[in-house]
Design a protein. Structure first.
Lengths: 320, 146
């Protein structure tokens, strides 16, 4: 019974993946690296203001018209603008600093899709039950030490840095380097370099033992035509992408669809968190390099400030 | 360490109060995926600082501007002002030279919760009233894409 369900899930997953790769392959023939791989090398950005999930007010609408897209861009940029000072002190403080420091993008994706999620067709992540999309449990409690603060604040991992890789409010830059048998993706946000062994589809290097869990998971790649397919398992139980468990199974597809574009798609499967696999598509545009160093711990004065803030709160609460 | 019953009860009260304060904080904060400025600075302590740049640390995850602020009696206090990740600024062509030592600036922000001389640089303006950096809020201009 369970075997059947798993087989069915695999068929559904394989079917939806096949459909997607066909949709993005197109006619463009990418150049080759010296050792004959389709060339994905360079510095790329996935910056966009297209939301991951389709907002409620756009339900049933898969694509913007160009005019709607411009209006959405205008409204979103206005809402995101950190230079505004309305909403009271708490909102003002949460905007942190003026807009110059941010780089959230100002455009929706070129396809004019209204969500990065392209499957299911409603543009929503098929969460099971009432799993909230928000912060992990415990976030925001008064920290006793750095371990009580979130992973990005501890300079460990940014929740959108991946895998899978999604846009955030700045540093949305990635460098891809290819060599025989490996692809490396350097992520600007926080610091990680993901090293992906790449083999032929029929003879991949096996994943590490299931007992070994990794911050970035364990990635294995192969080429399907001009598409680099990367499969990642062995996540740990702390990253919890979109509240998935450590058993999340991730398939990413990188297809160079134009000289300056990689169409990046990822499919997430985790039956404990989602009622079915779901897929997002994010174009990555070539951008100016280099990737800038993000030596996070060295300059993380904010950690000291947050812990001092918690102690100050306690003193205030105790009336001292 | 052995705590007396009285101390234990005091600690418990402290914890309950602290948790209460934290839940208020979460309710009030409009975004969560942030470098927790609400955990570091106090929305009840707005500050306006006027002074001169001592040095700028363009470091990740967040940059820091050190400045000297002179009060009415001429007493000088050193402040540290937190800004964003410098990478976005570098891409806009802004570097350390944008804020040389001695530059007069005004900072509008919120002071650290623990009362130390730190603040977030909510808005930073030059003496002539110009904003220190110009944001990328024009939809027709996407500085990062080629």
């Amino acid at each position: 019974m369970r075997g059947k369900a798993v087989a069915l899930a695999i068929v559904i997953l394989a079917g939806s993946l096949a459909a997607q790769s066909k949709s993005v392959q197109g006619k463009y023939v990418p150049p080759r690296t010296p050792d004959g791989q389709p060339d994905l090398e360079g510095v790329w950005t996935n910056v966009t203001i297209t939301p991951l999930e389709r907002p409620a007010n756009l339900a049933g609408k898969e694509f913007f018209t160009p005019a709607e897209a411009r209006q959405y861009e205008k409204d979103t940029v206005e809402r995101n603008n950190a230079d505004r000072r309305d909403g009271g002190a708490q909102a003002d403080l949460s905007r942190a600093y003026n807009d110059a420091w941010y780089d959230r993008g100002t455009k929706v994706v070129e396809t004019l899709r209204t969500s990065l999620v392209i499957d299911p067709p409603d543009g929503k992540i098929p969460r099971k039950g009432d799993r909230p999309a928000g912060p992990p449990p415990g976030f925001g409690r008064p920290p006793e030490g750095p371990e009580d603060r979130s992973l990005p604040e501890r300079c460990i991992l940014w929740p959108t840095a991946g895998p899978p890789m999604m846009p955030s409010f700045y540093n949305n830059n990635y460098q891809i380097v290819q060599g025989p048998g490996y692809v490396v993706i350097l992520v600007e946000m926080i610091h990680d370099a993901r090293i992906i062994p790449v083999d032929t589809q029929n003879a991949p290097r096996p994943h590490v033992d299931p007992k070994i869990r990794e911050w970035l998971g364990d990635s294995r790649g192969h080429w399907e035509g001009n598409t680099l397919v990367v499969e990642t398992t062995n996540f740990n139980d702390k990253t919890r992408f979109q509240r998935a468990s450590q058993n999340m199974h991730l398939v990413e597809r990188f297809t160079r669809t134009a000289p300056d574009t990689i169409t990046y798609e990822f499919t997430v499967d985790d039956p404990s968190a989602f009622s079915r696999p779901w897929t997002a598509q994010i174009p990555m545009q070539r951008t100016e390099g280099p990737i800038i160093e993000y030596a996070c711990n060295e300059g993380n004065y904010a950690m000291e400030g947050m812990l001092a803030g918690a102690r100050a709160d306690e003193k205030k609460a105790a009336g001292r | 360490m052995v705590a007396s019953a009285k101390e234990q009860s005091k600690m418990r009260n402290k914890l309950v109060l602290a948790l209460g304060a934290a839940s208020l904080l979460i309710a009030a904060a409009p975004v969560w995926a942030h470098h927790a400025f609400a955990a570091e600075f106090d929305a009840q302590k707005p500050v306006k600082l006027k002074g001169t740049v001592v040095k700028v640390e363009f470091i990740n995850p967040h940059s820091w501007i050190h400045m000297d602020v002179k009060d009415a009696d001429g007493k000088v206090t050193r402040w540290m002002v937190e800004g964003g990740s410098p990478n976005a600024l570098f891409r806009r062509g802004v570097n350390k030279d944008a804020l040389p030592q001695g530059t007069e600036i005004s900072v509008d922000g919120y002071q650290a919760k623990d009362g130390s001389n730190r603040a977030n640089g909510r808005d930073i303006t030059f003496a002539d009233g110009k904003k220190l950096f110009v944001g990328g809020s024009n939809p027709d201009e996407q500085p990062n894409a080629k």
